[in-house]
Design a protein around this ligand. Structure first.
Ligand code: ZN
Length: 245
């Protein structure tokens, strides 16, 4: 490469990197706030009394949080949820969105499930997602989407959450290769009235169980870094579709 070509290439590189934030700011999600709740936390196991204290979930008393499940090979659910969440946040930010998180690391305890819902409500998210993976029967496969049931605080977001859930299911089927759950819900959709995150939400929200950590085929996907990025892309695709169409 001669000097002129080098200078032109350097200039182009400089321009493209200078333009990137501006295009993100003007991206399809500019002005939107997305709530991300990576389920559980990496050190929840270390404080059982905190974890087991009861919080009001809108209908009944529920444990503050749980440790989450793990694959038979020992890959913990909090690591999985945090990994997908980080990938998702990067994709959404690149589209111009602001992200509100319920936790910023994977080496802490909590927060409790009621507090997670309040963080996202107070952050005025346009839509939120709770990310989990299930500890189901070892012969069962696939992902399921858990949706809220009207109970007062969430009354205004039942219909929008239903629509969001259908969009998430479509993107996840199309983009991840993970099958729809063979054991949970009806065609991948389950309505749940026992979860603070869904009972207390005042924004459209669903909880996704991205797969079954106790099934070996699902676990092979969930433990793959490449697959987790694919899952995050599917969730970003769904969020963008939900907010822009
Ligand atoms: Zn979970």
């Amino acid at each position: 490469m001669n000097v002129v070509k080098f200078l032109v290439a350097a200039l182009l590189l400089l321009c493209s990197s200078a333009v990137a934030p501006a295009s993100a700011a003007g991206g399809p999600l500019a002005g939107k706030i997305i709530g991300i709740d990576p389920g559980h936390n990496g050190r929840n196991w270390s404080d059982p009394s905190y974890l087991n204290h009861k919080v009001w979930n809108g209908r009944e008393w529920e444990s503050c949080d749980t440790t989450g499940t793990e694959t038979n090979g020992g890959y913990p659910e909090p690591s999985f949820t945090y990994s997908v969440a980080r990938n998702l946040a990067a994709l959404l930010t690149a589209e111009g969105a602001q992200v509100v998180w319920t936790r910023h690391s994977n080496d802490g305890v909590g927060p409790c499930v009621d507090r997670r819902a309040k963080i996202l409500n107070n952050g005025h998210a346009d839509v939120s997602i709770d990310i989990h993976a299930d500890g189901g029967p070892s012969g069962g496969r696939g992902f399921a989407i858990l949706e809220p049931v009207a109970d007062g605080p969430n009354n205004k977001v039942i219909a929008s959450s239903e629509r969001f859930g259908r969009v998430v299911r479509g993107s996840f089927v199309r983009m991840t290769g993970m099958p729809i759950s063979t054991y949970d819900g009806n065609n991948g959709i389950a309505h749940r009235s026992d979860l603070a995150g869904l009972n207390l939400t005042t924004q459209p929200k669903v909880l996704i169980e991205c797969g079954n950590m106790r099934n070996s085929s699902d676990a092979a996907m969930l433990t793959s870094k490449v697959w987790r990025h694919r899952a995050a892309k599917a969730l970003a695709d769904a969020i963008t579709r939900f907010l822009t169409t």
